[in-house]
Write a protein that binds this ligand. Structure first.
Ligand SMILES: Nc1ncnc2c1ncn2[C@@H]1O[C@H](COP(=O)(O)OP(=O)(O)OP(=O)(O)O)[C@@H](O)[C@H]1O
Length: 275
């Protein structure tokens, strides 16, 4: 029997409502992601994708629930020590990238040192961090596993966007997280780097890490994605199996524009007429 049946969902949002200043930015949003249910959250500009990531990273907090059900549960629990949670969920986002770049400008960390910061959920390596040989080996192995061994000694703040993204993927993977959350992972990457990055993500998904991708680029909805949530105005307009949710009609309704959806090699593509 698949022991996934006994595992709690990796992520549950129950009627999550959140405000930024006086604006309601998430409106009774509910979803459940089970282990190895690779999921894409897709939506137009302003639909609430960044809000979702900020709720996950505790940069934003949901309103207190009306009933007893906690609004957000991760691995079945609603209370977590954030540093512990960060080891079980790897998150890669542009916000994180700029935060690390900013912090590292003074630290001059190399690619492998950036990966090592993943063990401590920190933006820097500090004197009190005890770096073991096992950690160093794991950092090297993780970089090699995503074809980034050559970035080991390169300074992070001298890397291109694609190289930096790969190092951050290794940083997120170094603790062997059960879940990898990717916020528009291929933004700023060139054509080849984008395909390579998606190939790495597909391999990670195939190896058993649950991948959650938040994006408005449909080409990032890689073939292994099983479930899709279409966001509109802070609500889940449609959610369920990819084949049922990713249709021309549903996308047209969410984007308020007629769209033709088709699949090529398992990847969704759209045609739209702007006239
Ligand atoms: N600081 C803020 N105060 C009030 N409203 C905000 C603030 N930041 C964002 N919003 C609003 O919250 C809603 C959701 O924004 P969010 O950034 O989550 O969307 P998004 O799907 O990530 O958009 P994009 O694709 O453009 O990045 C939008 O209507 C936006 O105008």
């Amino acid at each position: 029997m698949d022991n996934r049946d006994q595992q709690p969902p990796v992520l549950q949002f129950h009627d999550v409502t959140a405000y930024r200043n006086d604006t309601k930015v998430m409106d009774q949003f509910s979803m459940t992601i089970n282990p190895r249910e690779h999921t894409a959250i897709v939506g137009p500009n302003g639909s609430g994708k960044s809000t979702f990531i900020q709720l996950l990273t505790h940069q934003l907090h949901p309103l207190a629930p009306e009933g007893d059900t906690p609004p957000i549960r991760v691995f079945g629990k609603d209370r977590w020590i954030v540093s512990e949670l960060r080891k079980r969920i790897g998150i890669i986002s542009s916000d994180l990238e700029s935060e690390i770049r900013h912090n590292l400008n003074h630290g001059r960390l190399s690619g492998s040192e950036v990966v090592l910061t993943g063990f401590f959920s920190s933006m820097q390596l500090f004197g009190h961090h005890r770096i073991t040989d096992a950690m160093k080996h794991k950092a090297s192995r993780t970089l090699a596993s995503i074809d980034a061994a050559h970035l080991k000694d390169r300074r992070f703040n001298r890397m291109s966007a694609g190289e930096a993204r790969r190092v951050l993927i290794a940083r997120a993977l170094v603790t062997s997280p059960e879940v990898l959350v990717l916020d528009e992972p291929t933004t700023a990457l060139d054509l080849v780097a984008r395909e390579r990055c998606l190939q790495h993500i597909r391999n990670i998904a195939r190896q058993g890490t649950t991948v959650l991708i938040v994006t408005h680029h449909l080409e990032e909805v890689f073939p292994e994605v099983t479930n899709v949530i279409l966001l509109k105005e802070g609500r889940a307009a449609f959610s369920g199996p990819k084949k049922e949710v990713l249709t021309s009609d549903k996308l047209s309704s969410v984007y308020d524009h007629p769209l033709e959806l088709y699949f090529r090699n398992g990847t969704p593509r759209i045609e739209l007429d702007i006239s």
